[in-house]
Design a protein around this ligand. Structure first.
Ligand code: FES
Length: 294
C-alpha cells in the first residue's frame, strides 16, 4: 500500500483510543435526539448520509477564505480582502457545528476500528474550529490562524474520505445485491412447509442472500445484507410497524419495512432492496427487485 494509504489506515489500529471511543458513543446516545430528528441527522430523508453533504459548507467557505488571504498577501493593495476572508471563516465556524453533530450521530453506528479513525478525524476538525474561532479575535495573526485551521480541516477531511471509501462507513452495503440475483426470473427457495413459522431465516436467490419471514401461508422477504454496514438481517428481530412487519438489524438497530424496504429507524439511510415472493403449489418463489428508490 502507498505511504498515504498506510498513514490514513494507522488511526484504525489505535486501540488506546477505545475507552474514549466508547465514551464518545455513550455521550452521543445520551445527548443527541432520537426518533425523527436523529433520522434527519443521519440523512434518512435524503437516502444517503447528511454529514458529508453538510461538510461542503465549512470546507467551501474556509478554502475560499484561505484563497482570499493568499490574494491579500500577494496582491498590491490586497489587504482589503482580509475582511471577506474573516466573514467566510465565521461562516465556516458556524456551519461546522451542525456538521459535527450529524457526524457524531453517524459515529454511534460504526465499528470500533472505524470509530478510532472517526475520533482522529474529529480531533483534526476540532483543531480547525479552534483556529477559526481564535482568528475572529486575533488581530494581526488572524489570517495565519484561519489558514492553519483550513489546513487542519483539509487533513481531517481527507481522513474522513478514507473512512468513507476505504473503511466503508457511509456507503450503501446492499447496492450490489440485485446484480447477484440472477437474470430477474423467480427462483425456488424451498417448500413453504420447510420455512420456520414466525421466525426469520436466510435463503439465497442466485448469489444474493435474502431474509425470509413466513407467517402461516404468507411469506415476505427482503435482501439480507443490511444497507448500513452489512449485517445479516436474518439474525435480527421482527416487529410490527404501522404499515406491516419490519425487520430490525441485529448490529445497530436499523429497521426496514418488509413490504417496500423503507428505512424506518436506526442509522441506515439507504432502503433495503426488496424481494417479490409468491407461493405456487406449496413452493416459495422469490425474485430480487430492481434497485429501490429512496
Ligand atoms: S449493520 Fe448497522 S444497522 Fe444494520
Amino acid at each position: 500500500m502507498s505511504l498515504i494509504g498506510t498513514l490514513f489506515d494507522a488511526p484504525s489500529r489505535l486501540t488506546a483510543l477505545d475507552p474514549l471511543a466508547a465514551r464518545a458513543g455513550a455521550v452521543a446516545d445520551r445527548l443527541l435526539p432520537s426518533g425523527r430528528v436523529r433520522g434527519w441527522l443521519h440523512g434518512r430523508p435524503f437516502g444517503h448520509p447528511a454529514h458529508p453533504a453538510m461538510a461542503q459548507l465549512p470546507v467551501g467557505t474556509s478554502v475560499s477564505a484561505l484563497l482570499l488571504d493568499v490574494a491579500a498577501a500577494v496582491l498590491p493593495g490586497g489587504k482589503a480582502l482580509h475582511a471577506p476572508a474573516r466573514g467566510l471563516s465565521a461562516v465556516a465556524l458556524a456551519s461546522a457545528v451542525p456538521t459535527a453533530v450529524a457526524g457524531w450521530a453517524d459515529y454511534t453506528g460504526l465499528h470500533v476500528d472505524q470509530q478510532r479513525t472517526a475520533l482522529v478525524h474529529a480531533t483534526g476538525n476540532a483543531v480547525a474550529v479552534a483556529c477559526w474561532g481564535a482568528s475572529l479575535v486575533a488581530g494581526r495573526r488572524a489570517a495565519l490562524l484561519r489558514s492553519a485551521g483550513t489546513l487542519a480541516a483539509g487533513a481531517a477531511g481527507a481522513l474522513g474520505g478514507h473512512l468513507a471509501y476505504r473503511w466503508a462507513a457511509g456507503p450503501n452495503h446492499a447496492e450490489h445485491l440485485p446484480h447477484l440475483a440472477g437474470d430477474g426470473s423467480p427462483v425456488d427457495i424451498g417448500a413453504l412447509e420447510d420455512l420456520p413459522d414466525g421466525r426469520l431465516t436466510r435463503r439465497s436467490v442466485g448469489d444474493a442472500p435474502v431474509c425470509v419471514l413466513r407467517r402461516g401461508s404468507s411469506v415476505r422477504a427482503l435482501t439480507d445484507t443490511c444497507t448500513h454496514l452489512g449485517a445479516g438481517l436474518h439474525g435480527g428481530e421482527v416487529r410490527e410497524g404501522a404499515d406491516g412487519p419490519e425487520v430490525v438489524c441485529p448490529w445497530h438497530g436499523s429497521a426496514f419495512r418488509f413490504d417496500d424496504g423503507r428505512v424506518v429507524g436506526g442509522p441506515a439511510t439507504a432502503p433495503q432492496p426488496t424481494v417479490d415472493v409468491r407461493v405456487v403449489d406449496g413452493r416459495v418463489l422469490a425474485r430480487v427487485d430492481a434497485p429501490p428508490r429512496s
